[in-house]
Design a protein around this ligand. Structure first.
Ligand code: TRP
Length: 339
């Protein structure tokens, strides 16, 4: 099993980031490395330039994301952790795959349509070819499995289409150049909502800091934010169906369930009939106990720029070594002379 996945570097990491992609990566790392497989996890910094961005922020966010990933349990000794910009083979393979990807395929990508909006003429070419770089990211390493959120499924299908067409056009059936990767979409992809509005996703861009639990929040801040979290006046229901139409209650119970590893029904079996005055302190305690170790490690690591750069540097060296053979076979298959 070869697992490859990327994440765009964003700053201000919060509970939603942790319970979404990051925790999933840690779980994969533990399963895959004990089974003799290999995980490659990277910061998609090259993808980040497809949208307007501030260079100094991109650099800071890349390092901050490494600190968060390691604090949350991604182990640079067991997984290969790196950023794309230090592995030029990603960009090289993208160019080679540009000959195989079709305009029509990219035109159908919903992320392109959403992000370009009405102003396609003004969108960057990088935004349009973003999915080809993403295909290169995984095909470069002969990935067998790619953990992604539901929203990235279409990009993974495109990667398979590109791999298939390239193999058909330029390789023999006995010796295909690329492996067709399978997406792994976590079943209970935890959608963590704002603490102030149960219908909005928890987000770094929400102007209210009370809406989210940051990885930098200390225990008092976490308890305070949970205490002030929006709720309704009813006591908790005794089963999942009773959360219907109660987005804030559903969110808090959902967070408790994910962090404790219990089902929502099991949480409600414990707390059904109780008011939030009882539930919130329990949720706060649980959050503090799970996040305190991560918080401590994160705060320490994010200020150690030398350590973060060393992690990325070593990860990139390992990634390059794995990438080169596939890249060379791709050049050769295309008839590009490399002397
Ligand atoms: N596009 C992905 C996202 O926004 C990030 C990404 C880039 C990625 N390259 C990848 C994910 C390769 C999986 C595999 O979430």
């Amino acid at each position: 099993m070869r697992v490859v996945s990327g994440i765009q570097p964003t700053g201000n990491l919060h509970l939603g980031n942790y319970l979404g992609a990051i925790r999933n990566w840690v779980r994969m790392q533990d399963e895959v490395s004990s089974g003799g497989g290999q995980c490659l996890f990277f910061l998609a910094d090259l993808h980040a330039i497809s949208m307007p961005h501030v260079p100094a922020e991109l650099a800071a966010n890349t390092r901050e994301m490494v600190a968060a990933l390691v604090a949350c349990g991604v182990d640079p000794d067991r997984s290969i952790l790196f950023n794309q910009a230090q592995v030029p083979q990603h960009s090289e393979l993208q160019w080679l795959l540009n000959g195989t990807a079709r305009m029509g395929w990219l035109n159908r990508m919903t992320q392109w349509k959403d992000k370009a909006g009405k102003n396609r003429e003004g969108a960057s070419i990088a935004l349009f070819t973003y999915p080809v770089l993403q295909a290169a990211d995984v095909l470069l390493y002969q990935a067998t499995h790619v953990p992604v959120g539901e929203d990235q499924k279409q990009h993974l299908e495109l990667a398979r289409d590109i791999a298939q067409k390239f193999n058909n056009d330029f390789a023999s059936e006995q010796a295909p150049v690329f492996t067709l990767p399978d997406p792994i979409i976590p079943p209970e992809a935890a959608r963590i909502m704002s603490l102030r509005d149960g219908s909005a996703k928890m987000s770094k861009s929400d102007p209210s800091d009370m809406s989210r639990i940051n990885l930098t929040d200390d225990a008092d801040t976490i308890m305070q934010k949970v205490k002030k979290a929006k709720t309704d006046p009813e006591p908790l229901p005794s089963d999942k169906a009773g959360l219907e139409g109660r987005p804030e209650a559903a969110n808090l119970v959902g967070i408790y369930a994910v962090l404790s590893g219990m089902t929502v029904d099991a949480v409600l079996a414990d707390f059904g009939g109780e008011g939030f005055g009882k539930f919130k302190p329990a949720l706060g305690d649980l959050l503090v106990s799970k996040l305190a170790p991560i918080n401590a490690r994160f705060i320490e690591l994010r200020q150690d720029r030398a350590a973060l750069d060393a992690i990325l540097h070593q990860g990139a060296a390992k990634a390059r070594a794995l990438a080169v053979p596939t890249l060379e076979r791709t050049y050769e298959a295309l008839g590009l002379v490399r002397g």
